[in-house]
Design a protein around this ligand. Structure first.
Ligand SMILES: Cc1cc2nc3c(=O)[nH]c(=O)nc-3n(C[C@H](O)[C@H](O)[C@H](O)COP(=O)(O)OP(=O)(O)OC[C@H]3O[C@@H](n4cnc5c(N)ncnc54)[C@H](O)[C@@H]3O)c2cc1C
Ligand code: FES
Length: 294
């Protein structure tokens, strides 16, 4: 009999890093070596993580497959499952199903410059693309990161982001940061690097990055809160990015994660999409042809 695809594999939490007051980075290792060997993922894919006795939640994989070591996921606590995850300790066990979803088309992006636009927690799946593009630098052109956060306290991987701005020669790509609330660390960084750091929402960074944005040889990759997409898409369309070279990863309420339950279906008569199976990565062309995707 075929194995039940919804049966989770056991994984152990090997490390937990507190990133912000509401977000933690979990490092996980499969208990069974065979499960670890069979787990091959792409940037932009997600896993269903279960806390036993509580439930499961879809969470993006937050590292690149080019990096060895434990699987990394970054979890914001918002409800039942994510709060239960935050209560776990190193050594505790969780269930993992996946990897699921289409992921970013890293093959199709080869040879192009990559513009990454991340808002808040959107940094989690985009970190995977960024690491991948850095590790396979010869296969891609220039990489540019526009990262928007509300405050210093809420910024993810902030030490690394600051380092990338302070030492651009070591970074091999250009980093721009926008923040909304006054903060001594970010204010000082802005004074030192006014060309890279701005007050405001992520879209204010387009102006700083414009000299490096080359839509004719560039793919854009976006992830952030739902409100962000409309404004970022407007900036990209204004700069004549081709709709099928704008990729974005979207979230919907999910159950099965594998196209069986219908929870994540969007669209109408002309185009129906399962966000879990056809996505979570979609192009702007998909958005234009599918009602309710963004
Ligand atoms: C493909 C995909 C990738 C994701 N990646 C990440 C990630 O990397 N890190 C991360 O922290 N979260 C991620 N999420 C969101 C995460 O799945 C939800 O926050 C989680 O399922 C909430 O479960 P819960 O039981 O803790 O909350 P619940 O108790 O179910 O809900 C708590 C509150 O959050 C709201 N809520 C729950 N899920 C969603 C959702 N998907 N969209 C909007 N509102 C929601 C509910 O309406 C409610 O108000 C991802 C979601 C998807 C679909
Ligand atoms: S989550 Fe079940 S069909 Fe997408």
């Amino acid at each position: 009999m075929a194995e039940n695809p919804c049966l989770p594999k056991l994984a152990r939490i090997v490390d937990i890093v507190e990133m912000t007051p509401i977000e933690k980075l979990f490092r996980l290792e499969f208990v069974d070596e065979e499960d670890a060997k069979a787990f091959n993922f792409k940037p932009g894919q997600f896993v269903e993580v279960s806390v036993f006795g509580v439930g499961e939640a879809p969470i993006s994989i937050c590292k690149s497959p080019t990096r060895p070591g434990p699987l990394e996921i970054l979890v914001r606590r918002v409800g039942r499952v994510t709060n239960a995850l935050h209560r776990l300790k190193p050594g505790d066990l969780v269930g993992l199903r996946g990897p699921y979803g289409n992921g970013f088309p890293m093959e199709r992006m080869k040879g192009f410059d990559i513009l990454l636009v991340a808002g808040g927690l959107g940094m989690a799946p985009l970190r995977s693309v960024l690491q991948y593009a850095i590790d396979r630098r010869d296969e891609y052109g220039e990489a540019i990161l526009l990262y928007g956060v509300r405050s210093y306290q809420e910024a993810l991987f902030k030490e690394r982001v600051i380092e990338l701005i302070e030492k651009p020669e070591a970074a091999r790509f250009k980093t721009f940061l926008a923040y909304e609330r006054d903060d001594p660390v970010f204010d000082k960084l802005r004074e030192k690097h006014p060309e890279n750091v701005r007050k405001g929402v992520v879209t204010v960074l387009f102006e700083c990055a414009d000299p490096y944005i080359k839509p004719e040889k560039m793919c854009a990759v976006i992830c952030g809160p739902p409100i962000m997409y409309r404004f970022v898409l407007k900036e990209l369309v204004k700069r004549n990015f081709k709709p099928d070279r704008i990729y974005m990863t979207l979230e919907r309420r999910m159950k099965c994660g594998i196209g069986k339950c219908g929870h994540c279906v969007v669209g109408g008569a002309t185009s129906i999409k399962y966000v879990c199976k056809d996505g979570p990565v979609f192009t702007y062309s998909d958005v234009l042809s599918t009602r309710g995707l963004v």
